[in-house]
Ligand binder design. Structure first.
Ligand code: MG
Length: 301
């Protein structure tokens, strides 16, 4: 039985026929937020309810605790300097871990009000940090500390790379979740998992045109609708294909929105990330476990 399903012939150029999905580690309650560190050849990810971040060492396959407590961290990424950028549920903030290990708070409020619970994050080439702010970390005590929303809405924000100013860039999502730029950063993909709070709402990916100055977004269009379960996190490869969690699978969409192929994982998938020295290894955070699959494509950056 193959680990992938080809829906469109274009997918044949993206996957490797004899590559297999590898289960690398298990033991998480909710694995999320994979981020790859090329210099150290390791992957960091979040185990949100267990309040810890884990580290997979690619050189020997070992797994250890990277940080605990993690403030119920969720989405992670690396910036262009290779620094870890994290969304923290309990502290309701976005942080950066510096080269010396100290932690800098990039943002913890908007117009004087605390964020809900930053969920996922991406860094623009100019160093600006875009993140989503749904309520999953304050809805209950399971993934953070239960609290009321101070802002009263779930927006996408941008932290300016030059002056640190926080602006609200997207206000029309119910529960914005994963997000990623196209390779040329002209499009921002944003998942909406509002169905968690509004039964019957489609789980979608919306494509927003990024304005020429890179500071906000303009027109948007529906990019994809999840047929079963939820999208959550997503990454884009160098050809502009979108790799996203989709229920118990990973889906690959072409830039035109065509569903090209499926990686069958078999448990709920939260997020994915490209890693390996050639960035051709897709790391997959399933609910309890970390997986990987070598591909015939590479990360966009
Ligand atoms: Mg998420």
């Amino acid at each position: 039985m193959s680990d992938v399903i080809v829906h469109d012939p274009r997918f044949n150029a993206l996957h490797i026929g004899h590559a297999r999905l590898e289960k690398l580690w298990t033991g998480c309650r909710w694995a999320e937020g994979p981020a790859y560190f090329p210099a150290g050849r390791y992957l960091v990810w979040s185990d949100i309810p267990n309040d810890r971040m884990m580290r997979f060492d690619e050189t020997d396959g070992s797994v250890s605790v990277f940080r605990q407590p993690s403030q119920n961290s969720n989405g992670n990424t690396t910036d262009r300097q290779g620094r870890l950028v994290s969304c923290e549920h309990r502290t309701r903030r976005v942080t950066r871990t510096e080269q010396d290990g100290s932690i800098t708070v990039l943002a913890d409020r908007f117009e004087g009000k605390r964020f809900n619970s930053p969920n996922d994050v991406v860094v623009q080439s100019d160093g600006s940090v875009w993140f989503t702010d749904p309520t999953y970390g304050i809805d209950s005590d399971y993934e953070g500390d239960q609290a009321e929303s101070e802002i009263g809405a779930c927006h996408v924000y941008r932290i300016d790379g030059q002056n640190g100013a926080v602006t609200s860039v997207i206000q029309d999502r119910v529960r914005p979740n994963g997000l990623a730029f196209s390779p040329d950063e002209s499009v921002l993909y944003v998942v909406d998992t509002g169905a968690s709070h509004v039964p019957g709402l489609p789980v979608t990916i919306t494509a927003y045109d990024v304005t020429a100055d890179g500071r906000t977004v303009g027109a948007s269009r529906l990019f994809a609708t999840c047929p079963d379960g939820f999208f959550d996190g997503l990454r884009v490869d160098r050809h502009g294909n979108v790799w996203t969690s989709a229920g118990t699978n990973v889906f690959c969409y072409a830039p035109d929105g065509t569903h090209l192929g499926t990686v069958v994982v078999g448990e709920i998938v939260a997020n994915v990330c490209f890693g390996g020295p050639k960035r051709n290894r897709l790391y997959i955070c399933g609910q309890t476990s970390l997986y990987s699959l070598f591909l015939a494509t590479n990360a966009a950056v």
